[in-house]
Design a protein around this ligand. Structure first.
Ligand code: PHE
Ligand code: NA
Length: 515
């Protein structure tokens, strides 16, 4: 017999959970780096254009697809596509949603575990006394086990924090929607905002930390991100970086929003909730995420060094430059602790979202219990993360991040917008989104969703295909020594996609034979 689908406990809990899904490391680590390295204030112009024309519309579509799929008992994209498009092949497109969120979960959980580790290392003052950026970086590399040095004994510290992080994630998933994910969000999200506000206030009141370098000030730090450099606006790279940030930060194009929305009641509002969660993410990103790492770094190290740090990647800014600042300010160990714990809360409320879709797939399509899903999926993720841990310095993580976290999202978003707006039908989709709505979505969004969003997605996808995906696929610019590991990452991903096709095939066979 059918068991009853889980549901969210309260409206507030749902909003916090979806905000938790969206607000992640992307807001506090990825956004500042993207903004700083793509023209500062000029970046914000394409960023907001994509937010309006792609972010918001896709957010509504994904809530709509998810709530609709949930009515038929589906919490993952294969089942959702199957009910939207009555065709034998439609469910196989849904494999991409499971693929993207699982791959991201595999590396994201590991990065998340560094944040937990670093919150302890901050309060323990372990990195205090390291004099410069290179030493801080060496500390990070040693933590990650990439470098042997005096700081850490191999992988052991990182591994312990990874185990704790992993167990917490799967514990929450095991507890389920209202008792696990919702409860976590109700604790973690208010704390995250509180910590972010405390740190942002500390940042703003720092002024000019070194009077002999008056140009290195918090004010100039804000200026650095916010003064538009319009000369960059005709560079397509800036537009694509903005698009990529919008997808990643709003958790679009991977099925995690759908999974959460599938636990709504059929008449629950999605118009206002979707808008509220998207706006909350933007507040956390632009206001809070934009007020911490970059202004601090400029105030202490100047614009040139900060640019160099930002170009070195998201990890340098968060894990090397921020610790350098913390050791310089009063009660720095305490602010460091808050900063990394904030990142951990942001991370874990996102990684459980990636996992939930797969849990739903196993429960809904195979009839697994939550316990069985936790064990099966947990074992798979656990084993897979080991490659990320041990192959970190050979570009294994970056390869996964590119195909799933950058390219895959757009492909999935394009597919879902075509299935929902064109195959299921724009009028039906519009009615679905507006049913139970507590606000009236302006009709112009009907046309945006039908024509503009898919067109922009297609343009972004084709541009990336030609300029990045194909060169990367052909191993251009990949150091010789990394090639075996990059190929290993690809074999893993292709194998996983094959496994997903097989599982989808099998579960539908199983259901057909029961009828
Ligand atoms: N949106 C999250 C962030 O900003 C990342 C994320 C990706 C969350 C995929 C869920 C699914 O960090
Ligand atoms: Na985000």
């Amino acid at each position: 017999e059918e068991k009853k689908r889980e549901q969210w406990g309260s409206r507030m809990g749902l909003i916090l959970a979806v905000a938790g899904n969206a607000i992640g490391l992307g807001n506090f680590l990825r956004f500042p780096v993207q903004a700083a390295s793509n023209g500062g204030g000029a970046f914000m112009i394409p960023y907001f254009i994509f937010f309006l024309l792609v972010g918001i519309p896709l957010m509504w579509m994904e809530w709509g697809i998810g709530r609709y799929g949930g009515k038929f008992g589906h919490g993952s994209s294969p089942g959702m596509f199957d009910v939207l498009w009555n065709n034998k092949i439609s469910k196989y497109f849904g494999a991409l949603g499971l693929f993207v969120s699982t791959v991201i979960m595999i590396y994201y959980t590991y990065i998340e575990s560094w944040t937990l580790g670093y919150s302890f290392l901050s309060i323990a003052k372990s990195y205090f006394g390291l004099q410069n950026f290179d030493m801080m970086k060496s500390f990070l590399y040693s933590y990650q086990g990439r470098e042997t040095s005096q700081f850490f004994d191999g992988y052991i510290t990182a591994y312990i924090f990874f185990l704790i992080t992993f167990i917490l994630n799967f514990w929450v998933l095991y507890k389920g929607i209202s008792k696990g994910i919702e409860k976590l969000a109700k604790i973690a999200m208010p704390l995250l905002f509180l910590f972010a506000i405390i740190i942002a206030i500390r940042v703003i009141t720092l002024g000019t930390p070194d009077p002999t370098h008056p140009e290195n000030s918090i004010a100039n730090g804000f200026g650095f991100i916010w003064n538009p450099d319009f000369s960059k606006l005709d560079d397509p790279k800036v537009w694509l970086a903005a698009a990529g940030q919008i997808f990643f930060t709003l958790s679009l194009g991977m099925g995690t929003i759908h999974a959460y929305a599938s636990y709504l009641k059929p008449k629950d509002d999605i118009a206002l909730s979707g808008l509220a969660t998207a706006s909350t993410n933007e507040f956390a990103e632009v206001i809070l995420g934009g007020s911490i790492a970059i202004p601090l770094s400029v105030a202490f190290f100047g614009i040139a060094t900060t640019t160099a740090m930002a170009k070195g990647g998201s990890f340098d800014l968060g894990f090397a430059s921020m610790p350098l600042v913390f050791e310089k300010i009063p009660f720095g160990e305490f602010f460091g602790f808050l900063w990394f714990l904030l990142l951990f809360f942001a991370g874990i409320t996102s990684s459980v979202a990636m996992g939930q879709q797969v849990m739903a797939f196993l429960e809904d399509e195979f009839g697994f219990s939550r316990k069985k899903s936790t064990i099966v999926f947990g074992s798979f993720v656990f084993l897979s993360i080991h490659f990320v841990i041990f192959f970190l310095k050979y570009g294994y993580l970056d390869e996964m991040d590119y195909w799933a976290g950058t390219f895959g999202l757009v492909v999935f978003a394009l597919i879902e917008s075509i299935i929902f707006m064109w195959i299921f039908g724009a009028e039906k989709a519009w009615d679905e989104i507006n049913s139970g709505a507590e606000i009236k979505i302006p009709r112009i969004f009907f046309y945006i969703m039908k024509y503009i969003t898919p067109t922009l997605l297609l343009i972004v996808m084709v541009w990336w295909l030609i300029n990045d995906a194909i060169p990367i696929l052909l191993l251009k610019n990949i150091p010789e020594s990394n090639i075996p590991y990059v190929i290993a990452a690809r074999v893993f991903m292709v194998g996983m996609l094959g496994l997903l096709f097989y599982l989808i095939h099998k579960s539908w066979k199983r259901k057909e034979s029961r009828v």
